[in-house]
Design a protein around this ligand. Structure first.
Ligand SMILES: [Mg+2]
Length: 340
């Protein structure tokens, strides 16, 4: 089986402000595995150094370190190959790239959409939120109105960035009462700051706040103080060992790359659900293959809360293979991930 790794640069249409900095572009690695019959599987490594502290070169070295395992792997079961690659890749982003590529290959060999390989009764579509990148209240309101007009029933707004109350009030005024507003602080607040901010924002009607503070224990404290006024979700802190099993949050955001692949994501989702949390998916602004992996995993899990997988339209040079329609992304029916 042959491995190909190719860097790709994706530029955002407009700079995207977050609590960890402003993003202008993404550099990702497109990963392809090709078996001796010419069947391919594609995956992607999309570390985001400002966010996860992981650089592309380190991920690339680990992915390419699996070339010999794959080279000798044509006659091996794909589950064994996935496990062998996992053992070679300490970085979850590297593990996920190869894991998704090998799942894609397996589903293409079987002639089934990946979600149908992962689950007996996958959902036919995945509910998604729109992501509002602007921090300026007027621009955020315009983007939110556009999203509502396109049929999204949930918009996601970054907070911990200056005048959060003004931005959220403008967004609420723009979308009316029928669209949910999800906010994401990316861990920017202390427990006290989060409680104060969220109590003040609660009357705006917040679906949930992702990562209001940093760490499972801090988020549990925020949740207890708010007593349901604003539900809270683990995102970055979901990676903390043991955090998913503690029931620290109302919901948990999982990412294929963060979990280290689809198999590990399905396991983490089961752990979070058993602890009473809702599960939804997102990515760190991945390219098409990363988004596709998330869509199939979300469909296999029959995720009901909106997932943050409608982000390909934020890039100016990517043709979106999975355009959302009325706030949902229909699952591609072609074999594998559904990419060409
Ligand atoms: Mg988040």
């Amino acid at each position: 089986m042959r491995l190909e790794v190719e860097p790709r640069r994706l530029r955002f249409r407009a700079p995207l402000a977050t609590a960890f900095g402003t993003l202008e572009e993404r550099e990702i690695l497109a990963v392809t595995v090709r078996d001796r019959d010419g069947v391919v599987g594609v995956g992607e490594a999309a570390p985001l150094q400002a966010y996860d502290g992981v650089g592309l070169a380190a991920v690339r070295a680990q992915v390419e370190g699996c070339a010999d395992v794959l080279g000798a792997g044509d006659d091996q079961p794909l589950a064994a190959l996935r496990a062998a690659c996992r053992g070679r890749c300490p970085l979850p982003q590297a593990r996920a790239a190869l894991d998704v590529a090998l799942w894609d290959l397996e589903a293409r060999r079987r002639g089934l959409p990946l979600a149908s390989v992962l689950a007996q009764r996958p959902a036919e579509a995945v509910v998604v939120n729109a992501t509002i990148g602007a921090t300026d209240p007027e621009a955020a309101a315009r983007a939110a109105a556009e999203a509502a007009g396109a049929g999204f029933r949930c918009v996601k707004v970054k907070v911990g960035l200056g005048d959060d109350a003004g931005r959220l009030a403008a967004v609420r005024a723009a979308v009316g009462d029928r669209v949910a507003i999800r906010i994401d602080a990316n861990g920017a607040w202390s427990v006290d700051e989060a409680v104060t901010a969220l109590r003040a924002l609660a009357p705006t009607g917040i679906e949930l706040c992702e990562e209001p503070a940093r760490g499972g224990a801090a988020i549990r404290a925020v949740r207890a103080a708010l007593a349901g006024a604003v539900p809270v979700a683990l995102d970055e802190s979901a990676r903390e060992p043991g955090a998913l099993a503690t029931g620290a949050a109302d919901a948990v955001c999982l990412k294929v790359a963060g979990c280290g692949g689809i198999g590990d994501l399905l396991r983490d989702a089961a752990t979070a659900r058993a602890a009473g949390a809702d599960v939804y998916l997102a990515s760190t602004f991945d390219g098409p293959a990363g988004i596709a992996g998330g869509l199939h995993a979300a469909a296999a899990l029959r995720v009901a809360r909106p997932s943050g997988l409608a982000t390909l339209a934020l890039f100016e040079d990517v043709e979106d293979p999975f355009p959302p329609v009325d706030g949902v992304i229909p699952l591609p029916r072609a074999p594998g991930l559904g990419l060409p």
